[in-house]
Design a protein around this ligand. Structure first.
Ligand SMILES: Nc1ncnc2c1ncn2[C@@H]1O[C@H](COP(=O)(O)OP(=O)(O)OP(=O)(O)O)[C@@H](O)[C@H]1O
Ligand SMILES: [Mg+2]
Length: 515
């Protein structure tokens, strides 16, 4: 490529015990949307961090916009050079306005004072240019996740970014928000700005990217034009083999009702305006059964899961496990004691103790079971358990003593899953279990869920990806605006049928149509 904006050559980066990048290359053209693909732990985020100046490469060169960048650049120097990264955990200040966040530290001045009018005008112009509906004076904390991401992009434009790096930008977005983001990306591209787009959702890559590069185990594998390959080709290049999306086999060995939820209701909350109102929700899950919860963002799936687990209270409703009433639960600890395990949707905030070791994260809640003669932790049993799950889920880690925060995103998710499995619960609830997980590992996670069900556990799977819900479930329960709108065997489900029970504004006759 003659007119490359970015040319990365022979970059190497090691951590104790791990070669994260082993002499990789990456070339991005001007005005090009470039997908960086690879399995969990392939080294994608590590390369992006070295581009952003957040990490120093051990060797290699980065040429950008016609000059070679110094390996000692700080993140600010890289921003000034035109490389802006949009992280998943946004760096916005919630109490400040959209415009203040966009210009923080670089506010327009007049006679040495901040020129507020100028700042709001400039901000408005950028927002309008992007076709966004954001008020520059709105406080950032009042915005949705998607809107905050738009603020980050607007902010990048105030810095005259030439390359915008997006690491899994759609992980927390709904379908409509993804479309909007893609529209903006096409817009940026038309302005001549280049994008590096990391995602495990290959249909998105097909939709919005021009070229792609694949890493595997820290090594460069290939790159090419997205138009020339199918999704399956990309999968093969990433994983090095064919991957099948297994569908759950109906085992016909579904047992008695394990979990019974009756009439769970909850009014809105004064303190949290985003809280979802739950209306008279009832569900039963049998031993060995996998029930999928399908619904749009805000339909109440996560909220119901948290009530069942004891993480949130409800106003009304009874929860039974094996016929015994366990509600009201006052804490997740009580939920765990009652035999319920939850893998939450937001692993960073709710699930990981990032500075603790993988070993501690995996076995902490089940240590009670691993004690010998009551007082001593049976380290041999602990090691065996960790090893078993490391192999089962193919967790990529140097050893189990390193902090979980140093694992790649997808591998962190696997450790959390292993932790819940180690609890040997009666009811397992997994909320977006494969978010951030690569295609190959997805099939492995599904297999583990099938195994869990086969061992007699009642499993609930919450997923925003309908193909995933349809593949893993025996039965699918649909949610809409805090209500359950139907239940059907997965064998009869189609995306259209499910959507009509999930979508807002569908006639009430659908509510009773199912079952
Ligand atoms: N600070 C660190 N200390 C130790 N090891 C690290 C650190 N950062 C990354 N690694 C290791 O480097 C490898 C590459 O990780 P990286 O986060 O770049 O993967 P990734 O391709 O982004 O994966 P994912 O798709 O799961 O996000 C992993 O094995 C990871 O554990
Ligand atoms: Mg990553």
């Amino acid at each position: 490529m003659a007119d490359a904006l970015l040319r990365v050559r022979d970059v190497r980066k090691t951590f104790p015990g791990v070669v994260a990048l082993d002499g990789v290359q990456l070339t991005v053209g001007r005005g090009e949307v470039h997908a960086l693909l690879g399995e969990n732990g392939a080294g994608k985020s590590t390369l992006l961090k070295t581009l952003a100046g957040a990490q120093r490469a051990d060797q290699g060169t980065i040429d950008f916009d016609g000059r070679t960048l110094s390996p000692d650049d700080t993140p600010i120097q890289r921003q000034q050079a035109g490389i802006v990264t949009i992280y998943q955990e946004f760096n916005l200040l919630p109490a400040m306005s959209v415009a203040e966040n966009m210009y923080i530290g670089r506010e327009p001045l007049r006679n040495g004072l901040i020129d507020w009018q100028q700042m709001f005008r400039d901000a408005q112009k950028i927002i309008d240019d992007l076709g966004l509906e954001l008020g520059p004076k709105t406080q950032v904390r009042k915005l949705s996740v998607a809107e905050q991401q738009m603020v980050e992009i607007s902010k990048a434009l105030t810095m005259n970014a030439q390359l915008i790096i997006m690491d899994e930008p759609t992980a927390a977005l709904s379908g409509r928000e993804v479309d909007k983001l893609h529209e903006i990306i096409r817009d940026l591209k038309a302005k001549g700005i280049s994008i590096i787009y990391v995602s495990h959702k290959l249909n998105e890559v097909k939709a919005v990217c021009d070229r792609y590069t694949v890493f595997r185990d820290g090594k460069y594998i290939t790159s090419g034009s997205v138009a020339d390959v199918t999704v399956n080709d990309m999968v093969r290049q990433m994983v090095g083999r064919d991957v099948e999306f297994l569908k759950k086999q109906a085992t016909g060995t579904v047992g008695d009702v394990v979990l019974k939820i009756q009439g769970v209701s909850r009014a809105g909350s004064v303190s949290d305006p985003h809280a979802v109102v739950l209306r008279d929700m009832s569900v039963e899950v049998r031993a060995g059964e996998i029930v999928g919860f399908a619904g749009l963002v805000g339909a109440g799936r996560t909220e119901l899961a948290r009530v069942i687990f004891g993480a949130d209270p409800c106003d009304e409703g009874i929860v039974y496990v094996n016929g015994n009433q366990i509600s009201p639960l006052r804490s997740p600890k009580q939920g765990i004691d009652a035999g319920i395990a939850l893998v939450p949707e937001d692993r960073k905030q709710q699930a990981c103790f990032l500075v603790h070791s993988i070993r501690q994260n995996m076995t902490l809640p089940s240590l009670g079971r691993l004690t010998k003669w009551k007082y001593f932790i049976d380290e041999a049993a602990e090691t065996k358990l960790i090893e078993e799950y490391r192999q089962k889920l193919r967790v990529k880690m140097a050893n189990d003593q390193v902090a979980i925060g140093t694992l790649s995103g997808g591998n962190q998710q696997k450790v959390i899953l292993a932790r819940c499995m180690a609890l040997k619960p009666k009811v397992l609830i997994v909320d977006e279990p494969t978010r951030g997980i690569d295609v190959g590992a997805k099939a492995e996670v599904h297999q583990v869920l099938f195994d869990m069900a086969r061992s007699g556990i009642a499993v609930i799977v919450i997923s925003s990806e309908l193909p995933e819900v349809m593949a893993v479930s025996d039965r699918i329960v649909t949610f809409r605006e805090g209500q359950i709108t139907g239940s059907m065997p997965a064998g009869e489900a189609t995306e259209e049928k499910l959507m009509s029970r999930m979508a807002i504004g569908v006639g009430e006759h659908h509510v009773h149509a199912a079952e």
